[in-house]
Every structure is written in structure tokens, then in C-alpha cells.
Write a protein of this length. Structure first.
Length: 90
């Protein structure tokens, strides 16, 4: 017997974790130092996000060397957003 819509046990989706990633990209023998906040469920998911970011930043057909310096999960709910209200002026 098939489950009805109301009988399905819906799992609460966990929000994606926030990760701090620091890396160096070498393109055409020029070194670029990057620091990014990426989102993913686990380490492998963050690596995929990093790959997409590098492809988006450097749309060249040459070789791109990427060295990850630091990758760590950030501590959630530690930032007080009110501290940054109105601080950014373009």
C-alpha cells in the first residue's frame, strides 16, 4: 500500500554548514590569495563548491594550481549581525 501525503515522515532538513576556506590559486605563474565562505553539508561538498568558485573566477583554459591553506567549519550563531548594520557603504 502506498503512503498518503500525510503519512510520509518528512525529515527536517538541516541548513547547510558554513565553511571558511583559504586557498592560493596560481594562474599563468601569477599567485592569487583567496579567502571565501562556502556552504556545504560536509568536506567533500565544500571541495565541490570550491571547484565551482575557481572555475567561475578563472575562466581560462590554462592550468590552474590550487593549494588549500585552511578549510574549517565556522561556528554558527556567533556573529552579531547588529554590529555590522550600516557599516558598509559602497
Amino acid at each position: 500500500m502506498e503512503e498518503a501525503w500525510g503519512d510520509v515522515d518528512w525529515k527536517d532538513e538541516m541548513p547547510l554548514k558554513e565553511w571558511y576556506v583559504e586557498y592560493i590559486a596560481i594562474v599563468n605563474e601569477v599567485k592569487f590569495h583567496h579567502m571565501s565562505i562556502l556552504y556545504g553539508e560536509d568536506y567533500a561538498d565544500v571541495q565541490r563548491s570550491l571547484l565551482h568558485e575557481v572555475r567561475r573566477c578563472y575562466q581560462v583554459s590554462d592550468k590552474i594550481d590550487v593549494t588549500i591553506i585552511k578549510i574549517k567549519e565556522t561556528e554558527q550563531h556567533k556573529t552579531d549581525a547588529a554590529l555590522f548594520e550600516g557599516m558598509f557603504i559602497p
